[in-house]
Design a protein around this ligand. Sequence first.
Ligand code: UT7
Length: 335
Amino acid sequence: MYRSRIKGCGHFLPERVIKNIDLLEFMETSDEWIQERTGIEERRWIDPLSGENTSTMGAKAAERAMKAAGVSKEEIDFIIFATLSPDMYFPGGGVRVQDILGMPTIGALDVRNQCSGFVYALSVADQFIKTGMYQNILVIGSENHSGGLEKSTRGRGVTVIFGDGAGAVVLSRSEDDSRGLLSTHLHAEGAHAEHLSLLAPNTGKWVDRLIKENNPEDTSYYPYMNGQFVFKHAVVRFSEVINEALQANGLSSSDIDLLIPHQANLRIAQFIQRKFGLNDDQVYNNIMRYGNTTAASIPIALSEAVQEGRVKNDDIIIMAAFGSGFTWASAIFRW
Ligand code: UT7
């Protein structure tokens, strides 16, 4: 069995900055409400005229990750692409990235696990590397939320939270067995699927949409979140899955050098920080600048943390995520 490690990371964010007060153009809200409840100050939204989409952003992040890893596109064996906002209903974004980057006919797999998507994707990639099947895998998380949000007061509970962007890593076979990805831990509870969901389009509804006049009362084409219900589950599951990663490796919270939580809400990250007795240097947060970018949030945060020199050799790094599904997951590294 081989061990895998992250050889390089990259991220891409659209240039267009949407500050909280810019949202007043579409809805009744306030900078105070958004900052107090979520910690978000601004987010990036794609300029609709730019031609940017989930796949193009994913491809740019992937190029940067390959450059940082010193791995050429010819050396990549496989692509795993995580998103909840694909450019098309099908096919998924993985094949589009492969085409945009002009890569050979390697396989491309899409992961549909929303906020946990990147950690699930990392876990799948790890299995391919452990068995020796592949040596270098591109793992990408990318989201174009702004194209699908309900930009009105009715949708404000969801719309103010989400931002666009992409992050990617090259996961490679490690030459040093003592360092790399130690373990991943994956969970789901489908009983709560509809508490954070987008019901349409689906194979029952797309025909409806063609034959019926568009009904403005039909909110099923917009994301829905039962915020407080999700919040209560998130704090419990984040804690459980971080503990699970530590216990599986005989470690305790005092061993954590950096926790990279999925950027769902700064209040959730602060709750977890207090619970594990971590100081500010031990938790990476950038939700203030980018909002919640779902499958992209962990790889963007990791890429920034690496650029800022906050990830050093031999550090214990934990990534943890919770979101729609519900699904939750963690990955723990000795860097
Ligand atoms: O990434 C996946 C995982 N996601 C999460 O973990 C998110 C978990 N949930 C949350 O972060 C929080 O529940 C939210 C930030 C989404 C919402 O905060 P909340 O404190 O739970 O607010 P609420 O939904 O209970 O709404 C409270 C009030 C309501 O008004 P009334 O009914 O009390 O008069 C809302 O209509 O705030 C109102 N409200 C807003 N007001 C101004 C909702 N959205 C807004 C808004 N601006 N954007």
